[in-house]
Design a protein around this ligand. Structure first.
Ligand code: HEM
Length: 474
């Protein structure tokens, strides 16, 4: 092949004709297979499915070299036929291609979600998390469903300034219903198949009169629901703003900025930039990010506390020493709580919520270390492999915040803030807000309740067998 200048593809498992490695890539928990490929083929692995290249980046070095240093080639997203094109979610930031529309939405998000800007949400976040710990005291058995609602409430208040109490929950349940519908519209677990462009051909061009094919209808229904979903709260902010009664929010900030600078930003951009945070919470591949990643990380933390009681004791000791027991921890205490901060890192590392990050696609052909990477290759940062990090000397299966503390180990583990929130130009714009959520949730939960395994009639602990979801969000 002339365009490859005679360079081979990066190493990878042997391919079958036509199918490539399709049958070797499991539908569920593909990251385990990819990790074993790392041991066999190295940091950069090339596979193929139905003629489409898939590049798996297993090390921090490869991720930095490609996704960060060569951002102009590695910042596109693959197109997802059903949720993207047919349902219209390709208007929303996480799925937009690297180009003018993405840049415009991204700029809005950067300004509105900068470390400085998110400070104005501290109080509302503290109120929402305080409501959560209150619900833990009243109905501990609802810890998971209430946590989901809590993560959703933060997003709703920040994006639209909707009041914390009840009416916004309606928007959350609405989003969840839509999410469920989209979940059903796509083949469960077959995310890699959905990434493979052949399906685009298959889905998009099957004429809708074929009786067993409801794809077009599902796509159309989805598009209508998603548009209604992101338009309703947006119109609400505009109405409140006209009356002068709006709460601070991402959407209000964007509208203010537009007015002040007299730019010609269309409603469409603002609506979808906000939609990436709210509407964007409910799709299939990339869009799980905003509230499911907070929810997933904290569920992981709760599980770890039940499995590793000795860590829990240390967190509680630190909080008692620094904060006392008369009030809840606040953002002002954060710097004085190194063990709590290390625990948050460990929750992001021990079982990453997005084990394969959010997929990218090459916009041009590239060469790396003498290997050829074709244009249109799907690129998966294997966060799962990167997080298996025992360079501190502590085995990576163990939940041990100590691995991040120079006072405890000689070589600290790689800082998960460098990989859990993504990379380069498409790094999570909600990182600071998300991190604030994690701090408040971890510190407030530890300040108020004890987490332990369930006990049987004889007060004996029932062994805990954790299970994880196997989709893209773990
Ligand atoms: C624990 C919390 C969170 C984690 C672990 C997380 C993780 C991630 C990751 C891994 C990506 C992919 C970046 C890449 O392609 O390299 C991402 C993208 C994104 N996240 Fe988050 N996220 C979190 C919270 C949030 C929050 C709270 C928001 C919104 C306020 C948010 C909004 C987004 C958006 C809009 C994108 C797409 C960016 C783009 O494609 O340009 N995330 N996130």
């Amino acid at each position: 092949d002339r365009s490859s200048r005679g360079c081979p593809f990066p190493p990878g498992p042997p391919r079958q004709p036509l199918l490539g490695n399709l049958l070797q890539i499991p539908r569920f928990r593909a990251w385990h297979t990819f990790l074993s490929w790392k041991h066999q083929y190295g940091g950069v692995v090339y596979a193929e499915a139905l003629g489409n290249g898939i590049l798996i980046l297993n090390t921090m070095e490869a991720v930095t070299d490609l996704l960060e240093k060569r951002a102009s080639v590695y910042s596109d997203r693959p197109t997802l036929t059903m949720v993207g094109e047919l349902m219209g979610l390709d208007n929303s930031m996480p799925m937009l291609q690297y180009g003018a529309a993405w840049k415009q939405q991204r700029k809005l998000a950067h300004t509105a979600l900068s470390p400085e800007a998110v400070k104005k949400y501290h109080t509302v976040q503290e109120d929402i998390v305080a409501m959560y710990v209150n619900s833990l005291l009243e109905k501990p058995e609802d810890f998971a469903s209430q946590l989901r609602l809590t993560a959703g409430r933060v997003i709703m208040s920040v994006t639209y300034g909707l009041p914390v109490q009840t009416p916004d929950d309606l928007y959350i349940t609405d989003a969840e219903r839509t999410m469920e519908m989209i979940g059903k519209a796509t083949v469960p677990g077959a995310f890699l198949t959905d990434l493979i462009p052949q399906r685009k051909f298959f889905f998009k061009y099957i004429p809708s009169w074929i009786p067993f094919n409801s794809i077009h209808k599902t796509g159309e229904d989805g598009r209508r629901r998603i548009e209604a979903l992101v338009t309703r709260p947006f119109e609400h902010v505009k109405r409140e703003r006209a009356k002068g009664t709006e709460n601070p929010s991402f959407t209000a900030d964007c509208l203010d900025k537009r007015e002040m600078e007299g730019t010609d930003e269309s409603d469409h951009h603002i609506l979808w930039a906000a939609g990436a945070m709210y509407g964007g919470t409910f799709s299939f591949l990339s869009l799980f990010c905003p509230f499911l990643s907070t929810y997933g990380t904290i569920l992981t933390f709760i599980l770890a506390m039940a499995l590793f009681p000795e860590v829990q004791v240390k967190i509680k000791d630190e909080i008692t020493q620094v904060v006392g027991s008369g009030r809840l921890p606040s953002f002002q205490d954060r710097d004085a709580l190194p063990y709590v901060n290390a625990t948050i890192k460990e929750a992001l590392r021990w079982s990453p919520v997005l084990p394969l990050g959010i997929a990218r696609q090459t916009s041009e052909a590239d060469f790396y270390k003498g290997y050829y990477i074709p244009k249109g290759t799907i690129v998966l940062p294997n966060v799962w492999a990167i997080s298996k990090d025992d360079r501190s000397g502590i085995p990576s299966e163990k939940f041990a915040p100590e691995r991040f503390l120079t006072s405890c180990v000689k070589d600290t583990a790689i800082d998960p803030y460098n990989y859990a929130f993504g990379f380069g130009r498409r790094i999570c714009p909600g990182k600071h807000l998300g991190d604030n959520n994690l701090f408040l949730l971890v510190s407030h939960i530890m300040a108020t309740v004890d987490i332990s395994r369930e006990k049987d009639h004889d007060e004996k602990e029932i062994p805990l067998q954790p299970s994880f979801t196997a989709g893209l969000v773990r």
